[in-house]
Ligand binder design. Structure first.
Ligand code: TYM
Length: 370
């Protein structure tokens, strides 16, 4: 069976099984209708089941309708370059910000990555800065977006983190993350830090707004643990929206990850690298020969070029035509890859320009207590 937790995603993930195991709830057509009604439109990632499950969404939207608007909370563990999988979560978060006109609290867990990765504190700081550029490049509203960097904002976060930590036992952490007695003691404490932004904005402002957390499902175990804890501390449990993993280039198992740069597209890859990686590594659902492909057609369900296009081609009609043409054998694997390469390079050219501009904007986003 596949393993899914914040520190390990392996094997072919069975999402239905995960829903059961994690105790999360699948999004229904009625949920989607409600989001569309309240927001005025539906993001393609919702229509396409990329965001597929939730915790307490109904409550969060009920509060919204009563005028108690949620804030969004998500984050990044800065230990390497950003890949397209991360971006999917954050592009969707930006859509939520625009659509519901909400604040975003964005946590950079430099403490976490220092504790879990074999990297120096200085290297982690470099990645924190680099990763912030990618987030800013996505166009989050600087007036409504607040970056929290765990070691830099320790003064406001630590007093809250210890309140959380006091209510979580080592055995709970061991069971959730598969830790053993040889894990370092910082890693055992870390979940408390990831919990703090769930309620910190309310503590700072004396409010009681709901918190909505968009994430990929690997991060859910932190919140599964902390939801009960924050309630005991007098705060609302956070609502969560879960995404599936964007698969690595080599096939549908596991998740795209920066640790294996050949299996991922990084936001800093140039056009030639993107083309080379996709042509060389993208797993094909096509047939062995052109003749056979024309006769039997390809399988878009396992074809990475098609699966990735679901993240980049927002025009439903175009995507359907690509799907149908590939399935019928009219569209060849190489042609499908060429469509993806063009789409990704078009997106990255824009992103990279904005990423450079972002170098001057970082300060605007870092949270400052008034
Ligand atoms: P990190 O840096 O590992 O990942 C950042 C976000 O990207 C998601 N993600 C993916 N989504 C789709 N496909 C993939 N292949 C893929 N790989 C990663 C992650 O689920 C995450 O949402 N501890 C966290 C940082 C964090 C956080 C949060 C994340 C702090 N607070 C609140 C979500 C919500 C981390 O190391 O994420």
């Amino acid at each position: 069976m596949a393993k899914v937790n914040p520190y390990q995603v392996e094997g072919k993930v069975d999402y239905d099984r995960l829903v059961q195991e994690f105790g999360i709830t699948k999004l229904t057509p009625a949920d989607l209708k409600r989001i569309e009604k309240l927001g005025g439109e539906l993001h393609p990632y919702l229509k396409r089941g990329i965001f597929f499950a939730h915790r307490d969404l109904k409550w969060c939207l009920d509060e919204y309708e009563k005028g108690n608007k949620f804030f969004l909370y998500t984050g990044c563990g800065p230990s390497g370059p950003i890949h397209l999988g991360h971006l999917g979560i954050w592009r969707f978060t930006k859509w939520l910000q625009d659509t519901f006109d909400t604040e975003v609290w964005f946590q950079f867990t430099d403490d976490e990555k220092f504790l879990f990765k074999d990297l120096s504190y200085e290297e982690i700081q470099k990645w924190t800065h680099e990763n912030m550029l990618d987030v800013i490049a996505l166009g989050f509203d600087p007036r409504k977006t607040h970056f929290l960097i765990d070691t830099k904002h320790a003064g406001i976060m630590y007093p809250e983190a210890i309140k959380v930590a006091k209510k979580i036992t080592f055995s709970t952490i061991k069971a959730a993350f598969g830790f053993t007695d040889s894990n370092n003691i910082g890693s055992i404490f870390y979940t408390s830090m990831q919990t703090v932004p769930v309620f910190l904005p309310n503590v700072l402002r004396g409010e009681k707004r709901p918190c909505l957390v968009p994430l990929a499902v690997d991060q859910d175990p932190h919140f599964r643990i902390s939801r009960d804890v924050v309630e005991k501390l007098g705060h609302h449990k956070p609502a969560v929206l879960h995404s599936v993993f964007m698969p690595p280039l080599v096939g549908m198992e596991g998740k795209m990850s920066s640790s294996d740069a050949d299996k991922a597209i990084l936001t800093t890859d140039d056009a030639a690298t993107v083309k080379k990686k996709i042509n060389k590594y993208a797993f094909s659902g096509g047939q062995a020969t052109v003749e056979e492909h024309r006769k039997k057609g390809g399988n878009p369900e396992i074809d990475i070029a098609y699966q990735w296009l679901r993240y980049f081609e927002f025009d439903d009609k175009k995507l359907k035509k690509i799907h149908d043409d590939y399935k019928s054998g009219k569209l060849l694997s190489g042609e499908l890859k060429a469509i993806l390469i063009e789409k990704v390079n078009e997106f990255l050219a824009e992103h990279q320009k904005k990423r450079e501009k972002a170098r001057k904007e970082v300060e605007k986003y870092i949270f400052k207590q008034k």
